[in-house]
Design a protein around this ligand. Structure first.
Ligand code: ADP
Ligand code: MG
Length: 304
């Protein structure tokens, strides 16, 4: 019986070999380069089973993660770089008193059809009782370049780098805002806290939108906007005037989208300010106009 069990255990590992090829495996038979996680998520996304991994799988993954270093601190807790089976993941740990924010963010990330290359990839949510308090975890893809804010502080862009950042961020926002109609449809979502610190830069120089804790969804059949009951507000510096003076019509979803576009304009400005043309930082206003022009063309082509 023991020999049979041993053979069966070894056999169970073998499908990975066929699926990923031996050169992607380490000595323990684990898969490198985010492959296993990617495949797992892709399988579930394309299986028509809706959003994200099943809760049990999420919990299993979260409990196998080792935390390594803090990579960010926000208002609601800390963000860590963790390792899961040889892959880097980001773990956002919320203060216990921020349970609502954790729940809300996890809920928004698991919206059906939200997955998009320019929206931070969600992996798992878990609540762990460590004996003294409950830790609230949100596990996502890890991006070593960090936030767009940090990236722009240490990097000067050329025109193509600028367009790449701006267009990818715009694609992410367009996907978030877009309603997809159908049985597996996606509601329109407004972010409500867009800023360069809430966007991450991927290895390939494109952006993805993160921190969906304040997002609101729109149910077009009832015209209902689900503002979550947490105390969180956006970031003043990026707020549209109507949000600042509280005159925004909260029952009208379009108003939230417009306020996002205002904040997005400020992010474009930040990108343009760190763009160098021919080794010189030319007038930021000119570059900004150029950027807007490129984006308008792109939008026109996309909508044709
Ligand atoms: P908060 O809700 O507390 O503002 P965020 O989700 O905005 O938390 O994350 C705070 C910071 O942590 C970000 O500005 C970024 O620097 C870093 N960070 C967050 N998620 C990731 C990630 N997936 N990869 C790399 N860095 C990240
Ligand atoms: Mg944030």
């Amino acid at each position: 019986m023991l020999v049979m069990c041993g053979v069966q255990r070894r056999w169970r590992r073998r499908p990975h070999l066929h699926k990923y090829g031996p050169n992607m495996m380490d000595a323990d038979g684990l898969v490198h380069d985010g492959q296993l996680l990617r495949e797992l998520l892709d399988d579930w996304t394309h299986s028509g089973s809706g959003s994200g991994l099943p809760l049990l799988v999420q919990r299993t993954i979260a409990r196998q993660i080792q935390l390594h270093e803090i990579i960010g601190k926000g208002r609601y807790g800390e963000v860590w770089r963790g390792r899961w089976r040889g892959e880097n993941v980001a773990v956002k740990i919320f203060h216990t008193r921020e349970e609502r924010s954790w729940f809300r963010e996890a809920e928004v990330y698991q919206t059906v059809m939200l997955r998009h290359e320019n929206i931070l990839g969600f992996i798992a949510a878990d609540n762990k009782d460590n004996g003294t308090w409950t830790q609230l975890w949100l596990v996502t893809d890890y991006h070593e370049n960090g936030s767009l804010f940090d990236y722009l502080n240490r990097t000067v862009c050329d025109i193509s780098g600028m367009v790449k950042l701006a267009l990818s961020a715009a694609s992410g926002l367009a996907h978030l805002h877009m309603e997809i109609v159908g049985t597996q449809g996606k509601p329109a979502i407004a972010h409500r806290d867009l800023k360069s610190k809430n966007m991450l830069v991927k290895k390939n120089g494109t952006c993805c939108i993160a921190d969906l804790g304040l997002a609101v969804k729109h149910d077009s059949s009832t015209d209902y906007v689900d503002i979550a009951p947490n105390n969180r507000v956006g970031t003043k510096r990026y707020m549209a005037p109507e949000v600042l003076d509280n005159s925004i019509n909260k029952d009208h979803f379009e108003c939230f989208k417009r306020a996002d576009i205002y904040s997005f304009g400020l992010v474009l400005w930040e990108i343009a300010r760190r763009t160098s043309v021919g080794g010189l930082f030319k007038n930021a206003a000119n570059i900004y106009s150029l950027l807007l022009l490129c984006m308008s063309f792109q939008w026109i082509f996309c909508s044709l």
